[in-house]
Design a protein around this ligand. Structure first.
Ligand code: WT7
Length: 673
């Protein structure tokens, strides 16, 4: 049995909501589950009605598997609901965004100020030729202008495609062209660990590789150092300084009424193949579910200060910085930099300084803080906190308990939220005023969500009525293709409002990836166990996707970056258990003749991957070998490499073309690393 599974199976601690928390919670009646179950469409419709619509929908759902349309015929604008609606109901003076820069500069915007600035940005985009239906690529640091630019796109009906500021020129180039973006919005740079990330220079590099659809580049001056422009390339027919155009624009910019099903954004995520998938989210259903889940899971109250530490380059920032929280009119912190700048107490300083009440962060960060030690949080006043959240990967019970005790002082419920870029919003999570939590379990599907466990052959084996769930194939428990034992396969059986509407430019891939595995349910790619209380214990990916610090990276993506290096003939990549990151990247590399392995070459190859994809994909370790374990049909058996890297006894090797290869590899690996 794997360690994780063992820990999870033996985890029996349970934490009930306190009577005080329960009493004040936005939802505290367990009956909501039954109500939503008996009529899910009515449940979602109730949430949609709380938003402003220009025209009501004619039908809540049209479902032609695998295509869903929600609130069909309704007309709505996401930016209006996140901004103007609050100003109109007298909340214009409420702070919307507290922008905490890494160098300690704070720039805050009220909802009224956000409305004005978003309108100016929107008018600027229009003046640069952007109109309804176009795509705008956003490549910015985590400053308030990033969410405001996203909202400006939504305001005029252009889809944003945000690319995380840590991605390389090559990744940016690929995403710009895939989306066919007309404009890139970027900045001269952003602050990260005391250094400037030169976003404009990287954008120039991306565009130099050829981006035929790009007409203009709008550049926000974050660093404000003219040399950032002068040293780099400045193409005056293409590049536009933010300060030259945005402040001059009118603050009048009507919101474009959009069809409920119109594209709100594209966001790229890694899949099992090398090519990232442009996940498409539409407007009405997405906004409804991000709004609903944010309100119930994070339990917002008018005075809350919410801090989601994700970057807007990931889906967490889209759904739980921009759309969910802002549709709820909450006050939030937007932090630019890293948790260790200038010191390892930066997160706790930010909480103290701004009185953060709700913190939403990732297990990888929590494990890092644990390792740094309690002295950092102990220096700061964290008494403002009342609720803690986790997202991105399974949280190990040890980290959960540390989070609960050291950060939450045993006084804050923890919401461990399971979802994906594709699901758009939280699907499995506690409701903090109702659910007793268990460390390591995301607990139960959100009301209205029908999650289930399937076995390999597609039977619904979700345990009911107290049966202990540990199911796999018809022949009994079996290892998954990656060699880990899993309880079963997570599926979602009914459509939900914020589900992806497809993959940009690749309709077949949408079906193949998510709907071909089982014919009657959505397949997210995660293994899960369900316990006798019906609680879900998510067990990680069952495909060739790694979860590195909570971010999807495909093994193939890294492999193709590796073989792109002149010295590399062949490569295989696996996700290896990593104390902090959840999974780290291990690369096995066969060199071309004429090249010999050396620490210098190892570094050069790792750097090459970081240059091709971004620092997040840099392999943690790299092992030179002469051969890779392959099946007779030539398929690399990654599960055996995982056995080697994680020091386990080798699994079944009978299908290998040459079982000697892996035995040899294991011996050398253990000897050399
Ligand atoms: C994958 C999706 C959701 C936003 C961040 C990641 C894993 C996510 C949890 C959780 C266990 C989790 C899953 C999922 N995951 N949250 N609470 N417990 N696993 O978005 O990059 O699309 O990754 O992250 O494996 O499939 P993403």
């Amino acid at each position: 049995m794997s360690d994780t599974l063992h820990t999870l199976l033996t985890e029996d601690r349970s934490y009930e909501p306190t009577p005080e928390f329960r009493a004040q919670a936005n939802v505290n009646d367990p009956e909501v589950y039954q109500r939503a179950l008996s009529d899910p469409l009515d449940f979602w419709e109730g949430w949609a009605r709380q938003l402003d619509w220009y025209e009501p929908w004619k039908k809540v759902l049209v479902w032609e598997r695998p295509f869903a349309k929600w609130f069909v015929g309704g007309k709505i604008n996401a930016c209006h609901n996140c901004v103007d609606r609050h100003v109109a109901r007298g909340l214009g003076d409420k702070v919307a965004l507290i922008g905490e820069g890494e160098p300690n500069d704070v720039r805050s915007f009220t909802y009224a100020q956000v409305k004005d600035e978003v309108s100016r940005i929107a008018n600027t985009l229009k003046s640069l030729g952007v109109s309804k239906g176009d795509r705008v690529c956003v490549y910015m640091p985590m400053i308030p202008e990033l969410p405001m630019t996203m909202l400006a796109c939504a305001r005029i009906g252009a889809a944003h495609s945000v690319v995380f500021g840590g991605f390389s020129a090559e990744s940016l180039h690929e995403r710009i062209n895939d989306a066919g973006a007309k404009v890139v919005v970027t900045a001269d740079g952003g602050w990260r660990r005391g250094h400037v990330v030169e976003l404009k220079r990287i954008t120039d590099e991306a565009l130099a590789k050829g981006c035929p659809t790009i007409e203009k580049v709008l550049v926000y001056e974050r660093i404000g150092d003219a040399t950032a422009y002068d040293k780099g390339h400045w193409d005056s027919s293409r590049d536009v300084r933010w300060s030259d155009v945005v402040p001059q624009q009118s603050v009048d910019c009507p919101c474009e009424p959009m069809d409920s099903e119109d594209l709100l954004y594209i966001l790229y995520t890694s899949g099992s193949t090398g090519k990232p998938k442009g996940i498409m989210h539409s407007t009405g259903g997405y906004l409804t579910q991000t709004y609903a889940t944010a309100q119930w899971v994070f339990d917002y109250k008018p005075d809350d200060v919410f801090w989601c530490t994700a970057d807007c380059g990931w889906v967490t920032g889209h759904s739980y910085i921009v759309y969910g929280p802002m549709a709820n009119g909450v006050t939030q912190v937007v932090y630019e930099g890293t948790p260790d700048t200038p010191d390892k107490d930066r997160f706790w300083r930010v909480i103290e300084k701004h009185g953060v009440t709700i913190l939403y962060t990732a297990p990888t960060a929590i494990r890092t803080f644990m390792k740094w030690g309690d002295e950092y949080p102990d220096r700061c006043d964290l008494s403002s906190l009342r609720l803690l959240g986790s997202v991105g990967e399974p949280i190990n019970p040890e980290a959960w308990v540390w989070y609960h005790e050291t950060i939450g002082k045993q006084n804050c419920p923890i919401v461990d939220t399971w979802w994906q870029t594709e699901t758009g919003a939280i699907l499995i999570s506690p409701l903090p005023g109702i659910t007793s939590t268990k460390p390591g379990s995301a607990t139960q599907p959100f009301p209205g969500i029908h999650a289930a466990v399937y076995n390999e052959i597609g039977d619904d084996v979700t345990p009911r009525h107290g049966a202990l769930g540990f199911y796999n194939t018809a022949e009994g428990r079996q290892p998954d293709p990656n060699g880990r034992e899993i309880g079963g396969i997570l599926t979602i059986k009914e459509p939900w409002p914020s589900m992806l509407r497809g993959i940009w430019g690749d309709p077949e891939r949408y079906y193949n990836v998510y709907w071909s595995r089982f014919n009657d349910a959505y397949f997210p790619g995660d293994g899960t166990k369900v316990d006798s209380d019906g609680y879900f214990w998510l067990l990680g990916r069952i495909d060739d996707v790694m979860l590195v610090s909570g971010h999807n990276i495909s093994t193939m993506e890294v492999e193709s970056a590796l073989v792109d290096h002149v010295a590399v003939a062949e490569a295989a990549v696996i996700g290896k258990k990593h104390e902090i990151k959840g999974q780290g990247i291990s690369a096995f590399v066969i060199l071309r003749t004429g090249h010999t392995g050396s620490p210098e070459l190892e570094k050069a190859i790792k750097d090459h991957v970081a240059m091709k994809i971004g620092a997040i994909a840099r392999p943690d370790d790299l092992f030179f070998c002469a051969e890779l374990p392959k099946t007779r049909s030539g398929k690399i058996m990654r599960r055996l490499l995982r056995d080697v890297a994680e020091g386990r006894a080798l699994g079944d090797t009978t299908t290998l073309a040459d079982p000697g290869v892996v035995a040899n590899l294991k011996e050398r690996y253990e000897h050399e690393s």
